[in-house]
Design a protein around this ligand. Structure first.
Ligand SMILES: [Zn+2]
Length: 124
């Protein structure tokens, strides 16, 4: 298998509903996002996917989250905007956009701080 990884960032505010502690209050993060795609084969050019293309597709999704109060977005009205749920949101949105591409989405990792990350991937 070939594996490609890109690292992107966005900034947003959130608060965790029902959390017993300071994360229940409104606060912000500089989120760091790692996106990993794989493929058993390469294109004629020798690529899994053009890094530029993968970044541009991924940034379309992150742009919807950047400088937003996540709790106010439709998706997070009922779903708590935790790192786990943000990773799943990005994964699902990216899955739709990578349909028909040579690259298969493997995993999305969301860092809310340098030492704390949550990942989402499909087990199938
Ligand atoms: Zn937080």
């Amino acid at each position: 298998m070939y594996e490609l990884k890109i690292n992107l960032d966005f900034s947003s505010a959130h608060n965790l509903r029902g959390y017993q502690g300071i994360c229940e209050s409104l606060h912000g993060h500089n989120w760091h996002v790692q996106i990993i795609v794989t493929s058993p084969k390469l294109s004629d050019m020798g690529l899994v996917i053009d890094f530029k293309e993968l970044k541009s597709i991924s940034n379309e999704i992150l742009d919807q989250l950047d400088h937003k109060y996540l709790n106010e977005l439709d998706y997070f009205k009922d779903v708590n905007p935790s790192s786990e749920n943000i990773a799943k949101y990005i994964f699902d949105e990216l899955m739709k956009r990578l349909e028909g591409h040579n690259a298969m989405l493997s995993k999305v990792v969301v860092y809310e701080s340098k030492g704390s990350s949550a990942a989402y991937y499909d087990e199938g």
